[in-house]
Design a protein around this ligand. Sequence first.
Ligand code: ADP
Length: 364
Amino acid sequence: MTLAHSRSKGARATDLRIEFMSRVRLVSPDLISKEEESFNRTLRPPSLEEYVGQRAAVEKLSIALQAAKQRGEPIEHTLLYGPPGLGKTTLAYIIANAMGAKIITTSGPALERTGDLMGILTNLGEGDVLFIDEVHRLPANIEEFLYPAMEDFKVDFVVDKGMFAKTINVPLKKFTLVGATTRAGSLSAPLRNRFGLFFHLEFYSVEDLQKIILRSAEILKAKLEPAAAEEIARRARGTPRIANRLLRRVRDFAEVKADGRISAPIARQALQLEGVDEKGLDELDKKFLSTIIHNYHGGPVGVEALSATLNEEVDTLVDMVEPYLLQIGYISRTKSGRRASEAAYQHLQIPRPSSDAPATTLFD
Ligand code: ADP
C-alpha cells in the first residue's frame, strides 16, 4: 500500500530526480525514466528464494525473519546500505511479504514536515513495514521525531505554539522501519544506533547477474541464449538494475534487426550501438579516466578539479562514475586524490609514460 502522502510529495521528488536522471546514461545505476519504475516492479523477486546472490545478507536476513516469525514479533528495524540498483527496495518488499505485512514507502527528501510523518506513523498497523529510501537525507527535525517512534513506538507531537503549546504523546503500533542508503557514513550516529539489523549489499558477480538476466528474460518472454545473458552481465557494472535495462535495449534491437532471438553476437552489436563497451564503460567513464590520464598525468587529482574539467557535478562523479571504476580497479582513491591504474591505461590503450610511478593501491 502507498499512502496518499507518498504519491504526492514523494512522487514529486521522484519525478524531479527522474527528470534529472533522464538526461543521464544508459549505465546509470539510478532510475532513468518513470516508466522504468513500473518495469522494475514486474521483475522484482517476491521472496528470498528468488533473490539472486548477496549470500551473506540473505542468510542473515532469513534467520532474522524466521526468528521474528517464531516469536510472533515484527522484525527489528533494518538498515540496508550499498550503491543504487543493487536490490535494497526489493529486499524491503521481500521483508514485508515474508512477514505478511503491508509496506508503506517514502524517502528522506520527501518527508519535509513532522506532520507528514505523523500521518504515516499513526496509520501503520502492527508489524507493517515503513520503507524510507535515502534515509540519510531525512531533515534533522524529522529524524529527531523518529527516535521515540523507533525506540518506544510512540511520538511526541506538539500542538499549538508559544505559551499554548502542548505535547501530545501518541502511541504507535509496533512497526518495522526499513531504511535504505547509498551512504551509510552520512547517517547520524543516533539514527544508526536505532537500527537492529544491518545489511551491506555488494556489487554482483557476472554469474549472479547472468542468473538475474535469464530470470528477467523468462518473465518478459524474451528468447535469450545463456551466452547472450553473459555478454549483457559483463557490461552491467555489477548492478541488477543496469542488467535489466540493458536486457531491454538488447531485446528491442533483436526484434528490429533480427528475428527476436537474442544471441551473443546480437547482444554485442546492440550494446556497441548503445555506446557501452565490453567492460560496461560508457563515454562519461572513458572521459573521466582519460581526463585523469591526459590532463593530470594519471593523478592524483581531486574530484573538484575533475568536476570542473569535465563540467559534471561532483555528486555525479562520486555516486555514478567512481564506485564502479574503483570496484574494477581502474582508479584508486588516495588522500591526495584519484589515480588511474595500470588497468585503466591498458583498457583505453594509452601507453603509460615510463616516468610515472607504478599504479598505487587503495591503501596509500
Ligand atoms: P535499490 O533499491 O538498491 O536501488 P532495487 O531494489 O530497486 O534497487 O533493484 C533494482 C532492480 O533490480 C529491481 O527491480 C529488481 O528487478 C532487480 N534486482 C535487484 N536485486 C536483485 C536480486 N538479488 N535478484 C534479482 N533481481 C534483483
